[in-house]
Design a protein around this ligand. Sequence first.
Ligand SMILES: [Zn+2]
Ligand SMILES: [Zn+2]
Length: 268
Amino acid sequence: MFIDSHCHLSFPELRAQLPEILQAMQEARVEQALCICTTLEEFDRVHELALAHEQLWATVGVHPDNEGVREPGIEELVELSRRPRVVGIGETGLDYYRLGERQLADMEWQRERFRRHIRAARLTDLPLVIHTRNASDDTLAILREEGGFNSAADELPLARGVFHCFTETVEVARAALDLGFYISFSGILTFRNAADLREVARFVPLDRCLIETDSPYLAPVPYRGKTNTPAFVPHVARQLAEIKGLEIEAVAAATRANTLALFRGMAA
Ligand SMILES: [Zn+2]
Ligand SMILES: [Zn+2]
C-alpha cells in the first residue's frame, strides 16, 4: 500500500474527475492521499474532500506563490487546523523563483507569512508542509529562528514537518534532516535530467523519506507532461527503490510508516 503525501485534488482539473481518480488510486494500491491547501479561499474545498472520502486528508495553509489572497493570521490557522481530518499546516515556505523586478527585500510579506505558519504549527504541534524554491538559505534560517531550534526559552514543541517536492542539494537535505524534518520526493525523481536529485535521494535515509505526486503537476515518467494524479505515486516509489537497491514493497512500507508517523492524524 502507498500513500501520496502531497496532492492538489481540489484543483479544478482533478476535482472534475474525482471518481475516476479514486478508482485509479484503488487499482494502484494507493490507500491514502493528503490534499494540500494553498489559499484560505480554497480551504473549504480541500476540507470537504477529506470529510467526504475516507482515503483523503487535508492541510491548511497559504502557498508562498499566492499573492493578492487573504493573509492567514496565526489564530485562524490554529482554528482551521483543529477541524476534523486536518492533519498539517501548509503548504508554506518561501519561493523566490518568480521575483521579476523585485528584490529579496521586497519579499518580506512571504517571510512574515511563513513565520505565522511556523508559529501556528508549534501551537498545535502539527507538522509543516514546507515549499522552498530558490530560497533555501532563508527557509532554513527562518525555520531555525521560529521553530524553537535557536532558543530554549519557550515551552512550545519544536517545529516538525517535511520539505516537500525536494529539489535542493545534499547540503540542504542534511540541514533539514538535522532539524528533524522529513524529505519528500516527487515525480521529478524519475526525470532523465534529475541525476543530481537521485544522488540526494541516495543520501537521505529511508526512514526520513516521503513520496508524493504534487498532482496535477509533475507526472512521473512514463506519464511526464500528462495530468498527474495520486494513482501515479508508485512510480516515484519504484524509482526510489531502484536508487536505494531495495524492493518497491520496502519503499512503500517505509514511506507509508514515515507519513503516518509525521501526519499522526492519518493513522487514526
Ligand atoms: Zn509546493
Ligand atoms: Zn503542492
